[in-house]
Design a binder for this molecule. Sequence first.
Ligand SMILES: [Zn+2]
Length: 107
Amino acid sequence: MDTEFADVIGHDVTTITCVCGNTVSKEGLIQANSQGVPVYAEVGTPVPAGLAPWPEDEDLYTLCPSCGRVYHDTVIEETGTAPVAFQIDVAEGPIAEAIRVHWELGT
Ligand SMILES: [Zn+2]
């Protein structure tokens, strides 16, 4: 299968238009770790159940909570393109729960 690309403007991960059409201003995009698990952005407070801690190496990914496609922030920042790194199941299971926790926290 050919690699899919999201639209992105000026190497800025927050400008992604996902392959599915989702953007930050529609359903939102979530910062995630290398497994696609949403990360908890607050440092120095306990990580809520279901979320992943902020990666120590700052190697972040961007998860589309609408379709489960995940993009690698480093690739976007370095190349100005946004190939789909991988896709995960966001409809059920631990990722769905993590997304719910993420939105509840409003971060
Ligand atoms: Zn998407």
